[in-house]
Design a binder for this molecule. Sequence first.
Ligand code: GUN
Length: 295
Amino acid sequence: MTASIIDGKAIAAELRARVASEVARVKRDHKLLPGLAVVLVGNDPASEVYVRSKHKQTQDAGMASFEHKLPTDVSQDDLLALIGTLNRDPAVHGILVQLPLPKSIHTETIINAIDPAKDVDGLHPNNAGRLAGGFAALAPCTPLGCIILSKSVHTSLEGMNAIVIGRSNLVGRPLLQLLLNENATVTIAHSRSRDLPKLTARADLVFAAVGKPEMVRGDWIKPGATVIDVGINRLPGADGGKPRLVGDVAFHEAVKVAGAITPVPGGVGQMTVACLLVNTLRAACAIAGLPKPGV
Ligand code: GUN
């Protein structure tokens, strides 16, 4: 058996097109131009690539994009002052502070300073708490993308056994909540979990979000299961050549056992920015008192 490959690139492109069409509608009917501000501190090359991609895709969707680049040695007070300005700016409906931040800055203080109504990363305790309580909330983008990819295979996740490997605030924990909202039965596993292969073998849906290259092996996977690989790990290329991107799942093994699987690259990574556009549009509509958009 060979798994079908879940085409994150195509699914993300379709989602971006739906966002663009809704943006055009709110502009035309309500004179509302959704705006996203991205704040980048320092010059980490990987973060710069992400921020450039966010900027381009935001503009391509017809929204306003505001980029704020600050030096690595910016003070926490100056960063807080910028967030205060963005919180008050009526042209800004979404604020994303690219993580990780330099060690001199207390990440939690920065996240807590973002207006929860503009928190398109879904990391503010108000949004995390609302999500955990089952209330309407802005949810983190990568887990939202994981749910959309899962539902491209299964129209309903109700009653399915899901395992989430990893418990980060950005992926594992919010993904657990979103899966519960879909009525899945969820196990959340982590570095201290016992017998991970056995836990994984029970799952119809496997979400790997640990940041360890190819940790999940093919013989852990239940035949026919759907595998969503959140990992993006850069490995040195053979003979000093180009670095190789691999996920948290040993794809070459799992593809022989799973029913459907996401590739790396071309899977979850593509969905994260598309979901950021969705959250920005939703935040803009909510702030303007409009009904939830059709995306
Ligand atoms: N760095 C890597 N992924 C993310 C993300 O989803 N949001 C933020 N703010 N920073 C990130």
